[in-house]
Design a protein around this ligand. Sequence first.
Ligand code: SF4
Ligand code: SF4
Length: 74
Amino acid sequence: MLKVVIDVERCKGCELCVHYCPPKVLAMSPALNTRGFYSVVLIDEERCTSCAACAIVCPDMAITVYKAERVAVR
Ligand code: SF4
Ligand code: SF4
């Protein structure tokens, strides 16, 4: 399951999430969305910590972060 889901059409390319992501795994896409904005993309899912900072700072609620369920191991 993806850790970060970005609603490209809601994104207005303000780059706030890019600056607030601690491991710097977000970047701006070279492609425009239908509203004419460069949207954000996750460039390295492996290094994403699911901290949700990007979702919290996004003024347009364009990002949803999922955390993996903890599974008990015997
Ligand atoms: S959840 Fe945290 S680490 Fe992952 S992209 Fe968002 S701000 Fe970066
Ligand atoms: S903070 Fe939200 S609107 Fe701004 S670039 Fe990131 S996803 Fe897009």
